[in-house]
Design a protein around this ligand. Structure first.
Ligand code: SF4
Length: 313
């Protein structure tokens, strides 16, 4: 508002908050195709947001996806996840979720690109912060704000069944991504403690119902961990558990995290896993891991910042 005198601008800046997130750090990787932000919140907590550019292919248009956080830390505590290992602070407000989108959009500035998709796959379990997440999706969608269609939003969940059912009843055509990661309950419960409460069959049942109700395809995310969940027998079991419905399986070779003994499988082992699923008639892709050199795996950049801030000099 450069038409206002400086004194008025100063007073406005003192009296109002124009964004609830302040960029603290920005790192690019993959020749600028992946950009990771560390945002500082009003209470000095930090969260991560990632923007990923994808070029057009013969089968798809160019797109720019933002991966937003929904919580500071995460209470779910998955054994393979840096965020899960760093504990839980608090839920984000609706404004803090909305503002990640706005801050990243502003930063895209002159680049001729704009955000085309949102995925809730950053820090936190989105359905554990249900009201703020649904509020943000509705706010982005309003014609007097961004008019951003919920069809371009994907909510990723570890499988909180009652909230999946509640989401399906909202009348919002959002896409659902289920973080499955194991084909049987014994293994899944050892990796994701909340599986004891919501076992695989209940999760897949709720996801199927969501797909039928909204017409949106469910994606199942499966982090491949060498020697843990990547055998041919486990691929066969996964095919049986998910079955053929409006769905797609994304295989994600694990992003190595500091201090963890877990590792991704070899390329050929990952391909063999994929081929078993495809033979069973299940649409499957192996997702390229993005931004390994900027700690793009969920929670790693923040973990490193916290480590640097708390280590003795
Ligand atoms: S994988 Fe998702 S749900 Fe699990 S600890 Fe990490 S952020 Fe939380």
């Amino acid at each position: 508002m450069r038409t206002l005198p400086p004194s008025a601008r100063r007073r406005l800046a003192e009296a109002f908050v124009f964004s609830s997130v302040a960029p603290q750090l920005k790192r690019a990787a993959d020749r600028g195709q992946t950009v990771k932000y560390l945002f500082k919140l009003a209470d000095a907590k930090t969260i991560e947001t990632v923007v990923m550019h994808y070029e057009a292919t013969p089968r798809s248009r160019a797109r720019t996806t933002i991966c937003v956080s929904s919580q500071v830390g995460c209470p779910i505590g998955c054994s393979f996840c840096a965020t899960g290992q760093s504990g839980f602070d608090r839920n984000l407000s609706e404004a803090e979720i909305v503002d990640q989108f706005l801050a990243a959009s502003r930063d895209l500035g002159e680049t001729q690109r704009s955000l085309t998709n949102v995925v809730f796959m950053g820090m936190g379990e989105p359905l554990n912060n249900y009201a703020a997440v649904v509020g943000a999706i509705r706010r982005w969608a309003r014609p007097d704000t961004l008019n951003f269609s919920p069809r371009r939003v994907t909510v990723s969940t570890i499988g909180l069944v009652p909230f999946i059912e509640r989401l399906s009843a909202e009348g919002l055509p959002v896409n659902l991504a289920i973080s499955l990661h194991a084909p049987d309950d014994a293994l899944r419960s050892s990796m994701i403690p909340v599986n004891r409460k919501y076992p695989i069959a209940a999760i897949v049942g709720a996801a199927r119902a969501h797909a039928e109700r909204t017409g949106r395809r469910t994606s199942y995310e499966y982090v491949l961990l060498q020697g843990i969940n990547d055998s041919p027998e486990q691929a066969q079991r996964l095919a049986t558990v998910v079955g053929r419905h409006l769905s797609h399986i994304n295989l994600i070779p694990m992003n190595p995290i500091d201090g963890s003994s877990m590792a991704p499988p070899s390329k050929s082992r990952a391909q063999a896993f994929q081929s078993i699923l495809q033979t069973a008639g299940i649409s499957t892709t192996i997702r390229a891991t993005r931004g390994l050199d900027i700690d793009a795996a969920c929670g790693q950049l923040r973990a490193r910042q916290l480590q640097a801030a708390t280590s003795p000099t």
